[in-house]
Design a protein around this ligand. Structure first.
Ligand code: NAD
Ligand code: GLY
Length: 362
């Protein structure tokens, strides 16, 4: 098992990474203030891992209340969130009941938001079961639901007390979902760590083959970078914005196509290609860098071309981006592979051209 720490003073918490961690009650129980926990999961993950987690907690005398949500990004909304509150109230859950998210980023984001707001805040644990959630969404305390007009628009910063990434759960993850998680993994190399990008180029096939050593290293390294960034800028005022590389375009793709058509990681991959192109227009990345970025996404089996959305649709959707300041769009761009920066005042022509380079029929 590999263990890291997210350093946030009195709200610091461990990230444990390794196989079969779902079976380790001694890793979970120190973080429960009482012997009552609600496990929020979904209809796909429940048949795979819920019973095992309940058995683990039962061994420690913990009463568990399962809450099973419908599957998919399309359900990351108020209505589903309300079903969590309904169950918590029905089961007389009090302020010391811990909410445990068991699943991917959709489950984690919704459970975190429920934990932040139920009775003004209850303890929260993340047990991520997708690559994307293990390298990114379970760490750092961003919680949210979607709005029809914008992705993750309603939410809160609310940190978990523990992240338990059981790497064996990735064995049941569909290949398309695994690739989506690679998009966020590659992001860390692009924004901050050229050597990690090199390592990913050399090990992408091992990762796709679920090689345990390669997976452990990639998840640990990604979490280490994320933990450093979150410790330095928990609420997204400065450095943390870099984690949104490709997300301005990517969120527009997800919202514009209707949530769930494009996986988050897929939209981020195409959004990153657009951001890389914008970086090239700005005079930073060169053609060789663009080729390397395209090649690694291709090898990770990620889409290289966006949907048939027109530029004005992107512009309208991107106007809701959370990075927008005083009506001005801000983009995370790459000065080089391994070094990100945030830039505003980019001409519409350059933005438009970057979108068109990676769009179908535009
Ligand atoms: P997801 O939660 O929808 O999971 C993907 C699919 O895999 C789902 O169908 C799920 O039921 C299934 N699944 C989960 N674990 C499985 C397993 N072990 N075996 C088989 N199937 C499994 O999607 P995701 O990619 O994990 O997360 C995407 C979400 O995360 C988006 O809503 C995005 O906005 C959010 N996100 C949040 C942050 C953050 O910092 N909070 C960061 C990145 C992404
Ligand atoms: N995934 C972006 C962030 O956590 O800030």
């Amino acid at each position: 098992m590999r263990t890291l720490n997210v350093d946030l003073g009195s709200r610091s918490y461990p990230i444990h990474i390794g196989p079969k961690l779902i079976d380790r009650e001694e890793l979970i129980t120190p973080h429960l203030p009482t012997r009552k926990a609600a496990i929020v999961t979904n209809e796909v993950v429940a048949p795979l891992y819920l019973q095992r987690l309940c058995a683990t907690l039962a061994r420690a005398g913990v009463q568990t209340i399962p809450i099973i949500l419908p599957d998919g990004e399309i359900h990351k909304n108020w209505q589903t969130l309300n079903t969590i509150f309904d169950a918590l109230l029905r089961e007389h859950c009090d302020r010391a009941t811990t909410l445990i998210a068991l699943g991917g980023g959709v489950t984690g984001d919704m459970t975190g938001f429920a934990a932040a707001s139920y009775q003004r805040g209850v303890p929260f644990i993340q047990i991520p079961t997708t690559l994307l959630a293990q390298v990114d969404s379970s760490v750092g305390g961003k919680t949210a639901i979607n709005h029809p007009l914008g992705k993750n628009m309603i939410g809160a910063f609310y940190q978990p007390r523990l992240v338990l990434a059981d790497t064996e759960t990735l064995q049941t993850l569909p290949a398309r979902e695994f690739s989506a998680g690679l998009a966020e993994t590659i992001k860390y190399g692009l924004i901050r760590d050229a050597a990690f990008f090199d390592w990913l180029e050399q090990n992408i096939d091992a990762l796709l083959a679920l090689d345990p050593q390669a997976l452990g290293h990639a998840i640990e390294h990604s979490c280490r970078i994320k933990a450093e960034i979150v410790a330095a800028d928990e609420t997204d005022q400065a450095e943390r914005i870099q984690l949104n590389l490709g997300h301005t375009f990517g969120h527009a793709i997800e919202t514009g196509t209707g949530y769930g058509q494009w996986l988050h990681g897929e939209a981020v991959a195409v959004g990153t290609l657009m951001a890389a192109e914008l970086s090239r227009h700005t005079g930073w990345l060169n053609n060789e860098d663009i080729i390397r970025i395209k090649r690694i996404f291709h090898r990770a089996k990620l889409p290289m071309q966006g949907p048939a959305l027109k530029v004005p649709v992107y512009m309208e959707l991107m106007a809701h981006d959370k990075k927008t300041e005083a009506g001005k769009l801000r983009f995370v761009l790459l000065k080089s592979i391994g070094k990100a920066t945030v830039k505003n005042n980019i001409s519409i022509d350059k933005i438009s051209s970057s979108i068109k380079t990676y769009s179908t029929n535009s």
